[in-house]
Design a protein around this ligand. Structure first.
Ligand code: G6Q
Length: 486
């Protein structure tokens, strides 16, 4: 248990890192993403249209609300059956094609809010360049009732563009007319030129701006699949919940500020106790994608060894390795290590007080809650040798840290709060670690290298600009599968 004194000292650390100034700078649109020279304004996406937020001297709130309006009209049309496929049929299948930030957030929220969804609209998320991903979806959908949403901030990401091209070719072949694209494809992007070059009418494009980071973009037009699945009003409630958490983060004193408290506890675990892992365990089947969503937001934001002044960090650690899974399922797999492994893994346990499925007279939910409590108790208290009947294999050392996060009920509003809470926690950690949490050079290198290798594959020549080891692997592939790939 953290003592008041310990917590106060950690809060002082946050204060000394100038968290209050940085927090304001983010909300006011200062270009705190210094390596990309960009503002960081996912918080503006949830603000009322009467607010003013300026980027380069221009208020961005009108733009944000005009996109929301367009999303509302479009999602209503699809849900009401007014948006028709090329042959006049209503849309029944929504296929979001995107990857990373253009996939994980909307997918996680659509699953989390399944209870509020239109059950007769089938939601699919295709992300992997592995053709199996799209092939398995195309196998089960009817082209006449399918709508593809191509979601890509840059509209240049190899995986997304290839998947979208394959979907396009499939649709034209099945329907037999290129004009069908207008009814069956929409795009979400910042890159209008690339969207129209792809063949999607800019009228059918939902825009956002480069001051929204990919992993923070589910609140923007990237949230379109959410609005279609659960309806615009629920999407609005999601934004409202996040807005309320923003207000708490902005205004609550640091020692009563949930995001700051979670962040400094994480700093304690990482930098003082030197724990290099961290697990997120939602006791909620609807939140089953929350750990992998958080994995991106946390590790892509704070997994960095260069500080915001451009110097290599040499004397402290930044983001731990994040993993997780739902309770109780995880208890039957990796919890062995969490209880008795040689590494200590701080955990966040998340649960809703009230279930959306109170079946068997709430017996399921009662048992879920029992497990939620029992695991935290076991981690904290452990079990000594005497209690273990003298069997050392059954001893739990205890004194292993965990947080319990309890929400009232999994509603769109509460989910918005929960996500925003973690966004701000990550932000505070980044400020204390003196890093820019909003760039992602590590991800970009992968994109460039894959492109290079694709080029080498085309112009296969020994003098191409690829290192010897990779070239040898390419040669090996060439020998192995010449008929198939070359
Ligand atoms: C997120 C990252 C990354 C990005 C994907 C997809 O913050 O930048 O995960 O979202 O690489 O990029 P596009 O949306 O540009 O296709």
């Amino acid at each position: 248990m953290i003592t008041d004194e310990g917590l106060n000292l950690l809060i002082n650390l946050a204060k000394a890192s100038d968290i209050e100034r940085w927090r304001l700078a983010m909300f006011e649109g200062e270009k705190i993403n210094n390596t990309e020279n960009r503002a960081v304004l996912h918080t503006a996406l949830r603000r009322p249209d009467t607010d003013i937020v300026k980027v380069d001297g221009k208020n961005v709130m009108d733009f944000i609300h005009s996109v929301l309006k367009k999303m509302e009209e479009f999602s209503d049309k699809v849900r009401n059956g007014d948006w028709k496929g090329y042959t006049g049929k209503e849309i029944k299948n929504i296929i979001n094609i995107g990857i990373g930030g253009s996939d994980l957030g909307p997918k996680m929220v659509c699953n989390a809010l399944q209870s509020y969804s239109r059950r007769d609209l089938n939601m699919y998320f295709v992300s992997n360049i592995d053709g199996t991903d799209i092939a398995e979806v195309l196998r089960v959908i009817d082209p006449e009732t399918s709508l593809f949403i191509v979601a890509s901030k840059t509209f240049t990401t190899q995986e997304t563009i290839r998947n979208a091209q394959s979907a396009r070719e499939w649709l034209i072949e099945k329907i037999g007319d290129e004009k069908a694209i207008a009814n069956h494809f929409v795009a979400i992007s910042t890159n209008e030129k690339a969207v129209s070059e792809f063949g999607i009418n800019p009228e059918n494009m939902f825009k956002f701006k480069n001051w929204v980071g990919g992993r923070y973009s589910l609140w923007s037009a990237i949230g379109l699949p959410i609005a279609i699945s659960v309806g615009f009003e629920n999407f609005r409630n999601l934004l409202n919940g996040a807005y309320e958490m923003d207000q708490h983060f902005l205004n609550a004193p640091l020692n009563k500020n949930m995001a700051v408290i979670l962040a400094v506890i994480a700093i304690w675990n990482r930098n003082f106790m030197k724990y290099s892992n961290y697990a997120i365990i939602p006791y909620d089947h609807y939140l089953r994608d929350f750990p992998s969503y958080m994995q991106q937001v946390d590790m892509e934001s704070n997994g960095k060894y260069v500080n915001r002044d451009g110097n290599k960090i040499v004397d402290y650690d930044t983001a731990p390795v994040l993993f997780g899974g739902t309770g109780t399922n995880s208890q039957h797999s990796f919890f062995q290590l969490i209880h008795q492994g040689t590494d200590i893994v701080p955990c966040d346990f998340i649960i809703a007080k009230e279930t959306l499925n109170p079946i068997a007279n709430k017996e399921h939910h009662n048992k879920l809650q029992d497990n939620f409590l029992a695991q935290q108790q076991a981690l904290m208290m452990g079990r000594n040798l005497k209690e273990s009947g003298g069997d050392i294999n059954k001893v739990f050392e205890g004194n292993r840290p965990s947080n319990g996060v309890i929400i009232d009920k999994l509603t769109p509003f509460n989910l918005g709060q929960l996500i925003a809470l973690y966004e701000h926690k990550i932000f505070v950690q980044g400020i204390i670690w003196r890093i820019n949490s909003f760039d992602q050079s590590g991800v970009e290198l992968g994109k460039i290298l894959a492109q290079n290798i694709s080029e080498s594959r085309k112009i296969f020549a020994d003098n191409h600009d690829v290192d010897a080891s990779t070239m040898e692997m390419l040669n090996y592939f060439k020998r192995l599968c010449s008929e198939v790939f070359w």
